[in-house]
Design a protein around this ligand. Structure first.
Ligand code: NAI
Length: 340
């Protein structure tokens, strides 16, 4: 079987790490044929008129699966996030970010195994901001009953499918009584009606953050609205070695985009030192997703082989600088390939 997937290298370190991931997949014999598309500043540089070209969206709609590098969003002005636009346009409402300790990466905790599930389409990322009068601005936090119900169902379904034991909802419903209030009421309702075998808890997010950094091992699946999920993904990454080692998937009913949690890292872009592991792990998630969709056990075995190779590379001390090593992007890529 051969599969077609869309590749969006993105901006900054995106092309460097995306190339590395593709080399590793090719060396492992993953039967993926890439359709290369552009998005972000890279799209404009390639002569497109839009940051998110229609051709890119159409290709993802058609092939249903994409691997994506990060896209830059300017801070405090300029254009709106291409990443957010892509998730909304394709209705990729569920972000899944698995955060697990890696044997070769020494951190304060040895046994972190958390999955952040983030609502991907609304909240403050609705992008509705107004300057009401000079010096007074508002940012609207949007929550709909339908989106709260479907992300709750998504999180519990994920927990059942992956044999997880507990879902913890992080919220601030003591302050945002309507929006976060609805979020937890929906999660509770979905749990009580359909998923009572899964343990369920609600935590106010400030205290939850404290508990998370004190003892992450008490957590399993974390369910959050958009902004909290964004922030907590990076916090959780910090528990296992940083942004270089946390992958992600944006999932909807009709398409899936796999991308690392990290951004375009302009501080190290072009230096050849970025860690390609997070996007490679995202590519492994993509292979597992395709293998499940097509019941292709050989593809699942290929994904496992890649995972075993990078696990072994780390254990044997092959690391990029963000993990305290000295390997370049290319050297780490070859270290993984030589262990396949
Ligand atoms: P960032 O994740 O790009 O970088 C934060 C820090 O982590 C930097 O010091 C960077 O060098 C380091 N880092 C990140 N990924 C790394 C890797 N693979 N290997 C080694 N070091 C790595 O976050 P930042 O600086 O806040 O954002 C930069 C740009 O990326 C912004 O324009 C932001 O909007 C965008 N962004 C895009 C995302 C996406 O496309 N999904 C996600 C997050 C940010």
């Amino acid at each position: 079987m051969k599969y077609t997937a869309v590749l969006v290298p993105g901006d900054g370190i995106g092309p460097e790490v995306a190339t590395a991931a593709c080399e590793i997949l090719a060396a492992a014999g993953a039967p993926i044929e890439w359709i290369q598309c552009t998005a972000g500043v890279a799209a404009l540089e390639a002569g497109e008129k839009q940051l998110l070209p229609l051709a890119t969206i159409e290709a993802i709609r058609k092939h249903r699966v994409a691997l994506k590098g990060p896209c830059t969003t300017p801070v405090g002005g300029g254009f709106s996030s291409v990443n957010v636009a892509m998730r909304k346009t394709l209705d990729l409402y569920g972000a899944v970010r698995p955060v697990r300790s890696l044997n070769g990466v020494k951190t304060r905790f040895d046994d972190v195994d958390i999955v952040v599930v983030r609502e991907n389409t609304e909240g403050l990322y609705a992008g509705i901001e107004n300057e009401i009068t000079k010096g007074v601005v508002t940012s609207l936090k949007v929550a709909t009953h339908a989106a709260c119900m479907r992300i709750a169902d998504f999180a519990f379904r994920y927990a059942v499918h992956r044999k997880r034991k507990k879902v913890s909802v992080f919220h601030k419903a003591n302050i945002m009584k309507l929006s976060d209030g609805m979020f937890i009421r929906c999660a509770r309702e979905v749990h009580d009606e359909k998923y009572q075998a899964i343990e369920y808890e609600e935590l106010i997010i400030d205290a939850a953050c404290m508990r998370l950094v004190q003892d992450p091992t008490r957590f399993d699946v974390l369910l959050m609205e958009n902004l909290y999920g964004d922030v907590l993904s990076d916090l959780c990454a910090g528990l296992v070695g940083g942004l270089g080692v946390v992958p992600g998937a944006n999932l909807g009913e009709n398409a899936a985009i796999f991308e690392a949690v990290h951004g375009s890292a302009p501080d190290i872009a072009g230096k050849g030192i970025a860690n390609p592991l997070a996007i490679t792990m995202s590519a492994v998630m993509m292979l597992n997703y395709i293998s499940e969709t097509h019941s292709d056990t050989a593809l699942a075995a290929t994904a496992s082989r890649i995972r075993a190779a990078y696990d072994r590379a780390l254990v044997e001390g092959c690391k990029t600088r963000d993990l305290g090593g000295s390997l370049s992007t290319k050297e780490f890529t070859h270290a993984v390939i030589s262990r396949l």
